[in-house]
Design a binder for this molecule. Sequence first.
Ligand code: ADP
Ligand code: MG
Length: 662
Amino acid sequence: MSETPEELALAPAVSAGASRSPSSDRAAEQNGGRRIQVLSAEVAQQIAAGEVVTRPADAVKELIENSIDACLTLPDSGLTDGQAGGVGLPPRVDVEIRGGGLGLIRVIDTGRGIPADQLALAFERHATSKIRSTADLFAIHSLGFRGEALASIASVSRIVAYSRTLGADLGELLELDAGKAGERGQRAGPLGTSLTIRNLFQNVPARLRFLRTSTGEAGQVVHLISQYALAYPEIRFTLLNEGRLVFQSPGSGKVEDVLVKAHGASLAGRFLPFDSVAGHVRVWGFVAEPGMHRGTRTGVSIFVNRRLIQSRPLFYAIEEAYQPELPTGRHPIAALFLEIPASEIDVNVHPTKAEIRFVDERAIYSAVRRAVRETILRSAPLPTVGTALAAVGGPAWSADPMTDVSEPPTAAAPVGLGRDVWADDRPPSSGSSWPPATGEEAAGDSSAAPAESAGSGESRPVDPLAPAAIRAAGLPILHPLGQVRRTYIVAEGPDGVYFVDQHTAHERIRYEEVRTQKAASGVASQGLLSPIVVELTPRQWELLGEGAPKLRELGFDIEPFGERSCLLRAVPAMLRSDDPARELGEMIDALAQEEPAAGIDPAAALLACHSAVRAGDALTPVEIRELLGRLEGLDVWRYCPHGRPIVIRLDAAQLARDFKRI
Ligand code: ADP
Ligand code: MG
């Protein structure tokens, strides 16, 4: 390539000018004064830039993606690891913004650098080192590949670029103004690349008018950087806003470390890891314990092959997995990583690469929901008295005497505003403070008492005192004390008094039994003394066509008997009912239901429910001990198949405090 960007920019404009003649002007007048002409490269560039870069955060995104690509492809020879960062140190990406990015964006990395002779080329459109052929488009391993970002940003700003590669004594400096190359030359400087963008959108006043306040923009940038830091924990990211350090990730390689930086120290140790494989897809990541949630959707980050994406279906998959522990209007905090073979996705659907197409979206949706659900069921801490209400959708955070208030309110995490995920239902931002408030904090009174503000932003921990033992997988060994209101079993356990809902507990035990028996030889059944004829509704009759084998698996012995009736000879042995005909009808209805929660079999859940002891049933001490013993043996014992809690703990330390013993 011999043309400089100036020549490129000038060429079409000159030829357009030369083709003007008095006669063509006359023709133009006849055409309502509008001639058709090819746009100058400059104008075309600005239009194209609009697709990639519509706001400062977009420019930052493109620049840090380039830096990440450069840090992850460091040459093997010579310095390794952080290169300019130093041997043994993590690679670094340092970002600085002023005026919400409109005044200044500076991104400095310790990556591989751009060779001096290619620096100008990097700012040309469709210039990329990352792919060569269309075949490469289907196996993209870098974040960038379109070769558009630098050209787009350059066309709407003033840039100073500096880069030095390993082995070069001096680096190369290049200045560009609205895409036109200016001063250039060799300079001494560190290894890696530094790009300084000033006057963003100065030559596109219309775009400037549509931008948020600079605080809002800065909020976007903080969110963005924290997201990339999650995806690339091995890189150390730093963000300065107006000269103040607002975010820094440790570069330790651990996602958990970054999660704490991104969401606040109050969440340290409160993330539950998950990792599972479904078909070609690995689904892994971290979810915050169900008691930890926030009022906006920005707490959920989704990455596909380490690329940050927005996906409404996957967001809902996570949210659904949290039901019913999530109070209404609250959203989970999670980082979800999907690893999918490049052939199973298409990333090249959108200029900003924020959306992605999955070959089999449904399968991925279920895999995510299942992985998150199982994690929550297995390892969430027990609800304590008073907080379980919030967990089943009651008032989210009323003044709660059971919650320890000695812990200071969460230091506001710098991740206030996220990318506008779904602008339609996002609360407006006030944009007057830094760090920017989350939606409902902005709407509320900023002078709220610390405890209240802690409640409205990051949620309070459900149980700050829960000993680690209780958060381990199984139900602790409990010593039964008795039954209250013929509904709850009261027992003593580690560090407190435990209340067990006898119905939900037994329901879970039965449900697991049904599943085990079904997987083996079918659920044990019990013959009726004499068979009964059950009349079905037309809809039930319809469902029975396909459902009969499932009912047989559940222990019903049925055969068709004339028009819309069937003969019932045996029912599941565990069923506690004196009306087998009604049970059968309800069971058929349940067959038509969608799964009520991830992986829950509706008919099995119904059978479990109808086989379990009820509230109001008096239990003998032997029965109580038997029930607790069975519950202790289960992996999944926190919630019944319908999602209601089984065990609630009254904390011993809390009792001691309330009795003024400590
Ligand atoms: P893309 O990232 O899609 O390839 P860009 O316009 O963002 O396109 O960048 C063009 C090229 O410039 C990249 O392919 C890469 O070779 C080079 N480049 C850009 N930024 C950096 C950087 N921070 N470090 C090293 N090389 C870079
Ligand atoms: Mg790029």
